[in-house]
Design a protein around this ligand. Sequence first.
Ligand SMILES: Nc1ncnc2c1ncn2[C@@H]1O[C@H](COP(=O)(O)OP(=O)(O)O)[C@@H](O)[C@H]1O
Ligand SMILES: [Mg+2]
Length: 231
Amino acid sequence: MTIILELHNLEFAIDNRKILKSISFSWEKGESIAFIGGNGVGKSTLLKIIALLHKPTGGNLMLPDGISERSWKNNVGVVFPENFLYDSLTSQENLRFYQHLYGKADERYIDSLLHKVQLGRVMDKPVGTYSKGMKQRLSIARALVHQPEYLLLDEPFDGLDLKSKVIIEGMLAEHKHLGNGYILVSHDVKHAFELCERAILLHDGKIVLNKKCSQSSFEPFINTYRSLLER
Ligand SMILES: Nc1ncnc2c1ncn2[C@@H]1O[C@H](COP(=O)(O)OP(=O)(O)O)[C@@H](O)[C@H]1O
Ligand SMILES: [Mg+2]
């Protein structure tokens, strides 16, 4: 077992208000993890800390020996609610732009990604003309454009129709099949258990449960989640 990221008593505060409190867990190489919890419990903040977009105000975030913050960033792809796409550019141009930021130029890979997310036929149309589902599929392609080992996805299925949902599930399955991992933020426990090997339940900035996803762990997990939502 190789640990690729370890959080130890991590805290994050804004204006003296603690948003995350003593968060400890480790992420194994190739593992898929779900962060589950109601609105405002700190899921997105934790994901941004793991993407190194926020600095923790306490505790530690430890990368493996020899892995710099820069190489971690280069090995992570993010899908956040802000989609980071340029509406006036085509999907091909968007992907070229992001690939360029990582110092790469691989037109064939861009084409293959666009076909996998079923945007091949519209790849020369401005992204501003795309539906929400098409933009979200393009966001996944953007996150993968530099071939990262790890994906961080903040509610990527929110508001999507079945077609886009199935395409994104397929992208995650392929990513996993290649031996790569992801963290998926979700408030749908059933879907998260289908897509992930481990589920972490957050409430009020703290980890309440950290369980391997299985048939037997599902009921107790969802019951705890429901009881926290009712508080
Ligand atoms: N930039 C910010 N300034 C002040 N409070 C924030 C900021 N970002 C997040 N918060 C607060 O931190 C808490 C956790 O937010 P967030 O991580 O977005 O939760 P979640 O993704 O679980 O809905 C919320 O109470 C939210 O209001
Ligand atoms: Mg959020």
